[in-house]
Design a protein around this ligand. Structure first.
Ligand SMILES: Nc1nc2c(ncn2[C@@H]2O[C@H](COP(=O)(O)OP(=O)(O)O)[C@@H](O)[C@H]2O)c(=O)[nH]1
Ligand SMILES: [Mg+2]
Length: 348
């Protein structure tokens, strides 16, 4: 595969660049299960995605990953060494990982001609990723290089109450403004409850007001005024019903992703290009001020290991000798990281 590769339905890929899918959502909404479903689907279409796990606390990953934060940062050790609770541990692990994200970017750029999708699973606790500096660094790095799309996963069965629905949508809206990226809301778990109510509430203002009228709490009054604010957000929203368990809605989701990719190229890329230029200028200024150069930073021991994709589908590692060399280099760099870690481990 190369620049001329085509999408599953025969559509040429814009600019031959992969789409980065950042999967966000509340704990338990089904992010990991969605990534699993999507990964299996893309494997069956002979389009294995490049998968990154950014959740340092997940006990078992149900899909093959190329980069796993857990291979680099030991979340339990981080908690112990820094005396942190679970959330602080996840946050600090993500911060540690983000300091070396330029190396992840290098790996992604090397693979970018071969893959169509880069799928990123994020920590269960959404705020750890969306409102942290490291989450912003990771998102910005990705979005200033690749067409990047946010997939916001919602638990349909837990959103049937209009007040809960609106709170979740407000949260989604705030993330849209924070990330400034094309946005797809996935109403997951449609095998339990159909998502048609969500479609109605986001397209028919009075239908949502009627639903709220049945609720006389203080929150419903607040919701009534806030829902006016959300009307604008709903106008541009791509809402997709999905079941990570049955796979219903997979084609709709992939179609929305392709549309969002085009939206990125047309509307968001110019902004990210500007951002990137600003960053490069800042970098140059810093270099002149005798801070470590970019090259020196990249030459530090690596933190990232790329496991071959085993199990489901084809193994991309044997597609060429160059690939095998890359993987060796990645493995070597990870071993150097481990050695460096051992040497510098705190004595306590
Ligand atoms: N019925 C049903 N359950 C789901 C679906 N997707 C995820 N789940 C369940 O929801 C729970 C949380 O899923 P998980 O993917 O770990 O959520 P995460 O915290 O967002 O990564 C698990 O018990 C999943 O089996 C779905 O589409 N339908
Ligand atoms: Mg998860």
């Amino acid at each position: 595969m190369g620049e001329s590769s085509t999408a599953s339905d025969g559509e040429p890929i814009q600019h031959g660049q992969p789409t980065v899918l950042i999967v966000l959502g509340m704990a338990g909404s089904g992010k990991t299960t969605l990534v699993q479903r999507l990964t299996a689907h893309l494997h069956s279409k002979q389009l294995p995605p490049y998968v990154i796990n950014l959740d340092p606390a997940v006990s078992e990953l149900p899909f093959p990953v190329n980069i796993d934060i857990q291979d680099t940062v030991n979340y339990k050790e981080v908690m112990k060494q820094y005396g942190l609770g679970p959330n602080g541990g996840i946050m600090t692990s993500l911060n540690l990982f983000a300091t070396k994200f330029d190396q992840v970017m290098n790996l992604l750029q090397k693979r970018s001609a071969e893959v169509k999708n880069i799928v990123i699973d994020t920590p269960g606790q959404i705020e750890v990723f969306t409102w942290s500096a490291s989450g912003a660094i990771i998102t910005e790095s990705l979005a200033s290089t690749f067409p990047t799309v946010v997939i916001y996963v919602m638990d349909t069965a837990r959103s049937t109450n209009p007040v809960t629905f609106m709170s979740n949508m407000l949260y989604a809206c705030s993330i849209l403004y924070k990330t400034k990226l094309p946005f797809i809301v996935v109403m997951n778990k449609t095998d339990i409850v159909d998502h048609s109510f969500a479609v109605e509430w986001t397209t028919d203002f009075t239908a949502f007001q009627d639903a709220l009228n049945a609720d006389t709490s203080y929150m419903s009054n607040l919701s009534r005024s806030m829902s006016l604010v959300l009307d604008e957000f709903y106008n541009t929203l791509k809402l997709v019903g999905f079941s990570a368990v049955t796979g219903a809605g997979t084609d709709d989701l992939l179609k929305a992703v392709e549309e969002a990719h085009e939206e990125y190229v047309k509307e968001y890329k110019p902004e990210y290009d500007k951002l990137r230029e600003r960053r490069i200028k800042e970098m140059k200024k810093k270099e002149q001020g005798k801070l470590p150069t970019n090259a020196e930073l990249v030459a530090e021991p690596g933190i990232v290991v790329t496991r071959g994709i085993d199990g489901a589908g084809e193994d991309t590692s044997d597609s060429s000798d160059a690939d095998a060399d890359n993987e060796d280099a990645e493995e070597d760099s990870f071993m150097r990281f481990l050695d460096a870690k051992k040497a510098s481990a705190p004595k306590t």
